[in-house]
Design a protein around this ligand. Sequence first.
Ligand SMILES: [Zn+2]
Length: 525
Amino acid sequence: MSILSAAQVSTRRESVVRALTSPDLAFIVDLVVWVEVDPDDPCGDPVAMAASHRGRVRLHLDGRHEVCEGLDPIASEDPMAFLPYDRECASPGPRNSWENAYPYAASRILSLFADPTRSPDVAVMHTPGHFFPEQGGHVGEHGSLDVIQSRAPLLLSGKGVAKRGFVSAHARLVDVCPTLAALAGVPDADLRDGGGDSLDGRVLTAYLGGEQLVQPKVIGVLWDGAHCGDLWHLAESGELPGIARLIGNGVALRGGAVAHFPSVTLTNHASILTGVGPGRHGVLGNVFYDRGTGEQVVANDSATWHRSAEWLRPGVRTVFEMVNSLVPQKDGRPRDSPQGDPPRTACVNEAVDRGADYSTMAIIRDSGISSGAGGLGDRLPDAAKSIHLHDRAHLDDSYYSWCTQVDDLGLEQMRQLWGSLESAPALTWWAGVVSDAGHHAGGPRSDIARDSLRDSDSRLTSFLEHLDGLGITDEVTFLLTADHGFEGSDPTVTGSWRPALERLDIPFRDEGPGFIYLLPDHDQT
Ligand SMILES: [Zn+2]
């Protein structure tokens, strides 16, 4: 197979960038990003680039913006932009990139382009308003580098956590893995040096009590796509008693935690649970192309979720592997074998489960259902009978309905895993999905999105009451987060950039859409 030379890539990429930043596409193309060799770097390291129809900027890791052409399309990298929440509500979905904010732009762009065979040549970002149902888009969308789509909630609560309530601060989602690992007893040195590599994230010590927990019992909760601002708003309005209870017993970050780019599900589940960015863990997007194998990888699909560990790059460790490494395996037997101990690590409804002693996805793998979680069908509880559902009408949305079933089963698994303090895992990870369904269906602040948060809170409250019944709630440490935020699209902003690329007569693939891969001349797909 002929491979494009560096000069060919550079020339063709320039044509692609010029076409995509044409003013007549500005209503659907927010930014175009890529990396190129830094002309000022003696080592020839890559530097992050961003462009819009307005101008082009070179983004340095030290925060410098070197404008190469026109005006800087990234005027702000403020991770606390659009706070307090009223500001976001007053100006949802900024129309222009210079009115928006893109936190950690340089490091997040560099990470996306650091994989040796899976990184695209150019990544295109939809404007917040772009509505593209014909290409898989929804009323509510995410994936952008921008602050709202990248802002996930983050709270810590319970044993070992400082009781500070709301704080005006932010973290990053890569901080979740080292924080959970540290709470579960993994020594600092292991987090720095484990696997021969340091993590990209850091332990959020500022919010911890400082003492080493004896026999830690840590529960990480992820509500997929839960919108940070609205989650805090509903909790403060008294509508989410479970979340309010956790905040009352801990700390919640107003600025949440910044996702990696793209702010899509599987990329960030992998970043959350490995503590490194996509350029290191290899899960570049929900859909990406691997030049090494010539395959399109569809990672975020109920049919393939249970295979996600196959896409993690060698040398990357999951938080489950970090915590399990504290205790050697007995005779090579898994710890949850009938003769063995209870699971030390458990992973409920989570795709990135490698190394967990107990895992929903392992049950699916072992069941041999070829269609994965999507084929569970009648093994799942009846959505219409869910006591956590706030409005039966939402079941008309098939994704919401399936998520209701999955989340009810997830709660059931949590109750079983937590039969007693002694038998409970040291680290439990509990992912819920209905919040993603609600926000995709209606966008942030819609009735269905808010009900999805109420449904999730009802399950959380039910689990907290289960712990109360056992008298062990105070012995547990909680961390609750999400994988990305959401913005609502504008039904009048439609169209595709594909015709503009096709007119260039340059072979390419567009995965997502948004990941542009330049192809050798005989290889167009
Ligand atoms: Zn998600």
